[in-house]
Ligand binder design. Structure first.
Ligand SMILES: [Zn+2]
Ligand SMILES: [Zn+2]
Length: 168
């Protein structure tokens, strides 16, 4: 459940698919934003990278429509469940690792104002396409990383609280 504190209209981030069947709202800022340059994300987007905003699942509200959850292979071997619009098939968010739906990776490009969520870290830069030049000083790692090494304390606390919830 989103608490009143987390539902700040100033921080609402709304988005949806291309045919507008699905509309969603993120009720607070995300914990962290990934720019992933792995081959899997390149293939799944047909592009050079994907932008994912990591948010507690209960802070992502479905305002309208419904989603198809598609089991998809992942780099880790544990799979991911991609939620797609059942009509236009645009991917809206993923849950990784075959676990409970506790943290969602929301595709930043599907927000109405994607400019509000620049990446906090670039990951899997070992397979970054060479023409993509990262901003000077951008946090970047060749593969993955440990959240404890990188995230601010508030994000780590939110992450721990989300993962402590049992799927019921
Ligand atoms: Zn759609
Ligand atoms: Zn990736």
């Amino acid at each position: 459940m989103a608490t009143p504190d987390s539902v700040d209209p100033v921080r609402f981030l709304d988005g949806g698919c291309t045919c507008r069947h699905v509309r969603y709202r993120m009720t607070s800022a995300p914990m962290f934003v990934h720019c992933c340059h792995c081959r899997w994300c390149q293939r799944e987007t047909g592009s050079a990278f994907v932008l994912n905003a990591l948010i507690e699942s209960d802070r992502l509200l479905l305002l309208q429509g419904d989603v198809d959850v598609v089991d998809t292979p992942s780099n880790s071997g544990k799979g991911q469940k991609i939620s797609r619009c059942p009509h236009c098939r645009v991917a809206l968010w993923s849950v990784y690792g075959g676990g409970a739906d506790l943290i969602r990776f929301v595709r930043v490009g599907t927000f109405d104002e994607p400019d509000r969520l620049p990446p906090d870290i670039h990951i899997f830069t070992a397979s970054k396409q060479p023409w993509v030049v990262l901003p000077l000083g951008a946090l970047a790692v060749p593969e993955y990383y440990r959240s404890a090494d990188v995230w601010p304390r508030a994000g780590l606390e939110r992450r721990a609280a989300a993962l402590a919830k049992t799927a019921d």
